[in-house]
Design a binder for this molecule. Sequence first.
Ligand code: SF4
Length: 329
Amino acid sequence: MPDRTMKILLANPRGFCAGVEMAIATVQEALQIVGPPIYVYHEIVHNRHVVERFVKRGVIFVDHVDEVPDGSTLVFSAHGVSPEVRRKARERNCTAIDATCPLVTKVHMEAIRYAKQGYHILLVGHAGHDEIVGTVGEAPEHITIVESPEQVDKLNFTQEDRLAYLTQTTLSMDDAMRIISAIRRKYPNVKEPPSEDICYATTNRQHSVRALAPLADLVLVVGSRNSSNSVRLTEISESTGTPARLVDDVSEIDHSWFEGVETVLVTAGASAPEDLVQELVDELVSRYSGEVENPAGVKEEMVFALPVTLRVLRDGGLGEKFATSPVKW
Ligand code: SF4
């Protein structure tokens, strides 16, 4: 029997956002309507378990459109793709189903608009991330990626250059603000996006960790290492002074982490399934006589409709509108 009880704080909101729900439901619907194999360009969302579960159901994930046989069904992931990828998919006569999160599409549209207006865009984000690669592809000649205030210092645009900035949707709000402040200081006339690009889900999950991490001795973030927003949650926790660990699932827990821990905060990145969180919490409850507290957080009601192409495939035309239903595994 454990000789102590541990408080388990469950962060709210946590886990799936509306974009991830929509992207996963899109692949599920495509599997039902078309049947396997379905091809998906890049990981549908950045989560190992989500990808592995779909692989078992006949989904083939590819990094290049060249890997997709002519005439196949190809889903674009939640992170979006460049026009070049769309063009290659058309060349191969693929039925393309676009599961790009509408909030990522919004950034693409802003990039296209600024480029058309003659602005050069400073894109605040992580070079190489799928979302940034897709956005840059909209106007490659008009975009420079900036990853840090130091990179802003090295930019050699003049005050006369027409500059605008945009941001990746899943950045740390604090990191983004440091870079944006550096841009504003150096280029006071820089054009700002009409609304915040860091999305509501990223913002809400970061707010809850920032508020709750100081109440805990350890933070566990359920998510994959290539999930930008999950990694940001660990960094935010550590910035409050509370150590954090990122785990894909309960099997990655090392129980030496819990020595002297009286309160643990559990959260999950926007692409992490809730059943993995529950398994992890169950393990902590049984091993440490854990008592779970579930403090209320911001209520999220955002829902994104499934891609129109699915409706066309299902009904042979634009039938009734269907929205995402809660994802079932
Ligand atoms: S984290 Fe934000 S931008 Fe990314 S899929 Fe979710 S809602 Fe969309």
